[in-house]
Design a protein. Structure first.
Lengths: 896, 116
């Protein structure tokens, strides 16, 4: 049989029909010629030829590829059935799409953040070199996103280690591409000479930095651009090598562009420009970190020599630790820290998947979300199972009729299977769309705020296939089981059974169990959603001790003005004054560390000659700071313009400071000193005011004792002042005015703006993510469970129509019928809720670190979740119950 | 042997025979379905009474195997009719099958009448 005939079988069928007609014409003509009447002639001809349709069918079947043909037929039939039951189809497809899509999207994120290897040569050989430190001794200045080592430590590790074929260090740095006005930030990477070579990164253009580029005192360091920055900023200009780039006012030669796949070693971040570590003095002048042995800013990776293991590297590093730490002991350490520092040990950790603060921040939320989507998948399967069961059962009668008139059993089973298959296919295809959309939105969600999030989100076919197959299997299994069951029993029994007053208990148990499972799992998700939602609400409504609304933080970079230390105070004062004079600005004050920015300046303090327990957070504030921030002054006074370098050093402390260190006496007029190491003279601060407690580093932290010192009395040792501004007109209203005002101070000053609200929002990204997603999934789960319950109750009512009819004929009133049906649903619901509460508490305990201001077993949340689910579910079951109670008894009885 | 279908043994034997008869009839010259049916009936002295309809699936099958080919022509009574003719392959098949038929008949005869 030729394929052409298969595809043209309709043509061939018509052709044969014509041929058969030709036979008939011929035969009839002959019969008439023999003397028959036309009527008899036609009848005789037909008798001679036989059943025309049968002949055509025989030939048609010869033209088909049997299996294919009937599969297509089944699919079409399935499609028609779905089309006739759009509610069933839509519910099943949506369930599948959301279940599979959500899973794939979340897994992609988990994979990108947690599991994926670095895009470098043999990432399995990489190990990170870190200091094994206790909770003491690693003090000093911490800068960069991964401050694991100081330069002094790094140089010694580089020169002495034996187990790595190459070691590389890096830190991140913020560069400014602007020459004046608003900053144009670029992500900088400080790298050691062997960085690119050690990772096995090749240049795309020119060359990458080599060992010779990173030598102390380098005066003209080269810069390497990342591929994406080269494309974005230079429009892929092939002649870029040899040109220069202006980074924070310093001109550097561009030596090359790195290969496209390399985004850096930090997951979730990409870099724009890489410069050698030796260029730090160029950018930071006298505050550079190369010689300060308490400036922690570098992270180091090593590539293991062939045959060496991470354990070899550990013992190698351990053996050289004592000498290295002895040589690099920072001079200003106090004795306790000195002791701790000398006991430090260097160690190595496998690091094939890169290092990331993003991972630290988001790994728990992502795993919890992964669990949430797994539960959604379970609910999806349960619901599909329930739907398919309901559907197959509803078709029992149809199936038995078809069996009775001779349809082969195999054919019927296959038809039901192909209907399930069709659902699974459409559902998975829709899931694909959901997955893409969801993962894109997730990245966008995580990127809000000032940080640009870079994630290489490749679509993962494996995980999508996995979820689609799991859901598809559920679909098929539960579509198949009833099909097999129905076809196995004698048609007559089934036909009788469907209309009997009795009920088949067995299959019902399965559906009831499925509903109980769905209710339980939905409660878990609902409780999760409520817990995360309430955590977010707790964070958003907690009193941080200041009024963030209307506060703008102005960060300036005045390093290009090269103003000497002695003139900086005057310039800063003039900046604050000019900003305060901009129309729309209510008040302005200098600040060292903006609240909730994540930066910390802390010191140990001495009161009355006694070293106090614990650390005190410090901050520097200008005149009118607390008024601008909206923090209540409890007693004493604010800083004013009269607090200058010519007056005694003053400080303002928060209430917790007073409670912890100065309890029982009036704090005003008392003094304290920061505790410095030998050689440094600690100033004496007199407390002139007490303010309300405020959050310092994060919203989630416990309140800490805080000491504010007068900004005007501190030595301005950098040229990057920050000013907080209160404004009633918003960021857009004052930003141009402030930019202009600064230009008048000096044209080379660059500026960037953030709102305090924005900082707070960003600091709650993970909470917002959890609340939004768990809310979404919780709602979804409740919806699915409700549909499931509604389906089961409707079905049960339909089966018990006759029984209900009899009951009503015997005098039961409507209320009794409704009570009976709803009571039945309530029992299922109760069982589900009971199981759900146990599971919820267990689940919430694992997500405990993500909660704020409530316990995992928070009774209000559990009760609210259970109540909400119960109400929705009871409404869903009341519907069919009410419908049943309105059936006229006679109608129900007649049907039997 | 038919490639597919669910015809019983009996039918298979008949079908194979029918194929042979069709090929034999067409060996004389091209003919259309009606002629073939009547020719078979006539030449077998009305012994082989086939339902004429069963001829058409057989024709279809033979054409599929390219033992016969078809074309539209005009019948003796001036009607449009689909004519069939033997292809070279069909001719080979005819002689091969005739030989095999003869062998079969001889074999069956030997068993049925061992005395001869």
């Amino acid at each position: 049989m030729g394929w052409t005939r298969f595809f043209r079988r309709r043509y061939w069928d018509e052709e044969r029909a014509r041929e058969l007609q030709a036979y008939l014409d011929e035969e009839i003509a002959e019969n008439i010629a023999r003397g028959m009447t036309p009527h008899d002639a036609a009848r005789a001809a037909h008798r001679k030829l036989g059943n025309v349709t049968r002949i055509r069918e025989d030939i048609y079947r010869m033209n088909t590829i049997g299996f294919l043909e009937s599969v297509w037929q089944d699919l079409r039939y399935g499609g028609r059935l779905l089309h006739r039951n759009p509610t069933f189809a839509i519910v099943a497809i949506l369930t599948l799409a959301l279940g599979t899509g959500a899973n794939a999207a979340i897994f992609q994120l988990v994979d990108a953040v947690r599991l994926r290897s670095l895009p470098v040569k043999n990432p399995g050989e990489l190990a990170e070199i870190v200091v094994q430190a206790g909770d003491r001794g690693r003090t000093g200045a911490f800068t960069g996103r991964r401050p694991m080592l100081t330069n002094a430590l790094w140089e010694r590790i580089r020169d002495r280690q034996q187990s790595f074929s190459s070691v590389m260090a890096w830190s991140n740095a913020g560069f400014d591409l602007a020459t004046g006005g608003e900053t144009r930030p670029a992500e900088g990477l400080l790298v050691s000479g062997g960085f690119f070579d050690g990772l096995g990164i090749r240049p795309m253009l020119g060359r990458l930095l080599a060992r010779a580029d990173d030598v102390r005192g380098c005066s003209a360091p080269g810069a390497v651009l990342s591929y994406s920055f080269w494309r974005r900023e230079y429009d892929s200009d092939p002649s870029i090598v040899g040109r220069t780039i202006l980074l924070s006012g310093h001109r550097l030669d561009i030596v090359g562009v790195s290969e496209p796949t390399f985004f850096g070693v930090e997951v979730g971040r990409s870099f724009d420009v890489a410069v050698p570590i030796c260029s730090d003095p160029i950018f930071r002048a006298e505050r550079h970190r190369l010689d300060a042995s308490d400036a922690w800013f570098l992270a180091a990776l090593g590539r293991l020599k062939p045959g060496r293991t991470v354990d070899d590297a550990k013992s190698d590093l351990r053996s050289m630790s004592a000498a290295i730490f002895r040589e690099t002991l920072p001079a200003r350490y106090v004795p306790e820290d000195e002791q701790a520092y000398l006991n430090f040990v260097l160690t190595a950790e496998s690091s094939s998947t890169g290092v990331s603060t993003l991972r630290r921040t988001y790994s728990t939320p992502l795993w919890v979300l992964m669990g949430v989507t797994a539960v959604v998948l379970l609910i999806t399967c349960a619901n599909l199972a329930n739907l398919m069961l309901a559907r197959a059962t509803a078709r029992e009668r149809e199936v038995s009729v078809r069996l009775a008139i001779g349809a082969p059993r195999r054919r019927i089973v296959r038809q039901m299977l192909s209907e399930s298959l069709l659902l699974a296919l459409i559902g998975s295809a829709a899931g694909l769309l959901v997955a893409r959309w969801l993962s894109a939105s997730l990245v966008r969600f995580l990127s809000t705020g000032q940080t640009r999030l870079f994630l290489d989100l490749e679509f993962d076919w494996r995980i999508f296939a996995f979820t689609a197959i799991v859901a598809g299997m559920a679909c098929l299994a539960f579509g198949l089981a009833p099909a097999l069951r129905v076809t196995a029993s004698a048609p007559a029994t089934t036909m009788l059974g469907t209309r009997g007053a009795s009920d088949t208990r067995e299959r019902f148990t399965v559906r009831r169990a499925l509903v109980v499972a769905q209710v339980a799992l939905s409660l878990v998700l609902l409780v999760g959603a409520l817990l995360f939602g309430r955590s977010l609400r707790n964070l958003m409504t907690l009193d941080p001790g200041f009024r963030s609304n209307g506060v703008i933080i102005v960060d300036m970079d005045a390093r290009r003005t090269s103003v000497p230390v002695e003139s900086r105070r005057a310039m800063f004062d003039s900046i604050v004054q000019r900003i305060a004079a901009v129309p729309g600005v209510t008040s302005a004050a200098e600040v060292f560390i903006a609240p909730i920015s994540g930066s910390v300046w802390n010191e140990r303090i001495v009161i009355d000659g006694k070293v106090q327990d614990g650390m005190v957070n410090f901050n520097g504030a200008g005149a009118g700071f607390f008024r601008t921030l909206g923090t209540t002054l409890v007693s004493g006074r604010e800083f004013t313009d009269r607090d200058t370098t010519n007056t005694p050093r003053v400080a303002i402390v928060n209430e917790l400071f007073v409670k912890k260190y100065l309890a029982g006496s009036s704090p005003l007029g008392r003094t304290f000193q920061p505790r410095y190491g030998p050689g440094a003279v600690a100033p004496v601060f007199t407390i002139v005011g007490v303010v309300a407690d405020t959050k310092y580093r994060t919203l989630r932290e416990e309140l800490t004792p805080i000491a504010y010192v007068a900004a005007a009395q501190e030595t301005p040792d950098d040229l990057m002042p920050s000013v907080i501004v209160r404004s009633a007109v918003g960021l857009a209203g004052v930003a141009p005015g402030i930019t202009n005002a600064l230009r008048e101070v000096h044209p080379s000053i660059t500026v960037s703006f953030t709102t305090l609200d924005g900082i707070l929002q960003t600091s709650m990204t993970s909470e917002r993510l959890m609340a939004a997603l768990s809310g979404f999934f919780g709602g979804l789960a409740v919806l699915i469970a409700t549909i499931g319950l509604y389906g089961v109750m409707s079905y049960m009512v339909a089966r018990r129509r006759m029984e209900i009819g009899i009951r009503m004929a015997l005098g039961a009133d409507r209320a009794a019928v409704v009570r009976m049906v709803v009571g039945d649903a309530a029992r299922l619901l109760g069982a589900g809720l009971l199981v759900g509460i146990v599971l919820s508490v267990a689940g919430a305990r694992t997500a405990r670190s993500l909660l704020y201001g409530l316990e995992p077993w928070d009774p209000t949340t559990l009760a609210a979740g259970a109540a909400a689910l119960a109400i929705v579910a009871l409404v869903a079951s009341w519907w069919p119950a009410n419908r049943a109670s309105h059936v006229p008894p006679t109608a129900a009885l007649h049907e039997g | 042997m038919p490639k597919r279908g669910r015809a019983p043994m009996q039918g298979e034997l008949l079908q194979g025979t029918l194929d042979l008869l069709i090929l034999r009839t067409l060996a004389i010259g091209p003919a259309h379905g009606h002629t073939i049916a009547h020719a078979i009936e006539r030449q077998s002295d009305e012994v082989l009474q086939v339902e004429h309809g069963s001829l058409y699936p057989a024709l279809h099958r033979l054409e599929d195997r390219e033992w016969i080919a078809s074309f539209w022509g005009t019948s003796e009574n001036n009607r449009r009719a689909r004519y069939y003719r033997l292809t070279p392959r069909g001719r080979q098949q005819l002689s091969a099958q005739t030989t095999r038929w003869d062998e079969l008949v001889r074999a069956v005869n030997r068993i049925l009448r061992p005395a001869d």
